[in-house]
Design a protein around this ligand. Structure first.
Ligand code: ATP
Length: 234
């Protein structure tokens, strides 16, 4: 398996404030990484740093051997970063279809494939972003990241605040994207059960640094470690 992402001795934060310290990790092509940790431990900051939305103070990030440091968020999207931020950030004044076509780039994913995966979005094709439920907005945010045809998908708490039936639908889609289609992904979650089950690797952050890294299946099989690191048994 060839390497897709390499982060070395990364420190980053907001303005002068340094939130992430000395983070090193690597991810292979097609692999899924569960990024775990309690509230406020730096998960979103790491995702935002990969997407280019924070200030990098030191260290390096390379995607497919290309250094990201000097690239803007837009250039990082072109380099292969697909970002689904915690706030979803869909274009609320555009229709579902326009949200997808506005950012579409050539590749395997196109709006029709997104509609095949999320039939609810196909039904809402001509609705504005303001007319969507939270779950539909999240599906659109995932679809919008996919039609950019990224090499690495970043999902920041994609299941947060959604009804159980929508969580199931999104989990099925994420499984299809990462396992069947083999797209590499980093998925942030505070509640590890569902995400560890569909991930290859797991990293736990605390106080802005990596405190545990393991195969996802191995971490999932150690409830006492999960309890100690995250305060949950499974
Ligand atoms: N815009 C910001 N400016 C300054 N500090 C920030 C900003 N956003 C987050 N922080 C700080 O960075 C630290 C890590 O926050 P972050 O949101 O990355 O954690 P998290 O693990 O994603 O938490 P959560 O699960 O609550 O989203 C926190 O101490 C937070 O207060």
């Amino acid at each position: 398996m060839s390497e897709l992402l390499r982060i070395e001795k990364l420190s980053a934060g907001y303005g002068e404030a340094v939130v992430l310290h000395d983070i090193s990790l690597a991810l292979g092509e097609g692999q899924t990484l569960a990024l775990l940790g309690r509230n406020g431990t730096g998960k979103t900051t790491l995702i935002n740093t990969l997407a280019g939305a924070t200030r990098q103070h030191g260290g390096s990030i390379a995607l497919g051997g290309v250094a990201l440091h000097k690239l803007s968020p837009h250039q990082r999207a072109a380099a292969g970063i697909g970002w689904v931020p915690q706030e979803r950030n869909i274009f609320k004044s555009l229709t579902v279809h326009e949200n997808l076509t506005a950012v579409e780039r050539p590749g395997a994913w196109n709006p029709q494939r997104v509609y095949d995966m999320f039939p609810r979005l196909a039904e809402r094709k001509r609705n504005l972003g303001t007319q969507l439920s939270g779950g539909e907005q999240q599906m659109l945010a995932v679809g919008r990241a996919l039609v950019v045809n990224p090499r690495l998908l970043l999902l920041d708490e994609p299941l947060e605040g959604l009804a159980p039936i929508i969580v199931e639908e999104l989990l099925r889609a994420i499984r299809r994207i990462t396992q069947d289609e083999g797209l590499a992904a980093i998925i942030v979650e505070q509640h590890p059960q569902a995400i560890l089950a569909i991930s290859d690797e797991a990293v736990v952050l605390d106080h802005g640094t990596v405190v545990h890294a393991d195969r996802a299946a191995s971490l999932r099989a150690q409830p006492e470690v999960l309890e100690r690191l995250l305060g949950v048994a499974r």
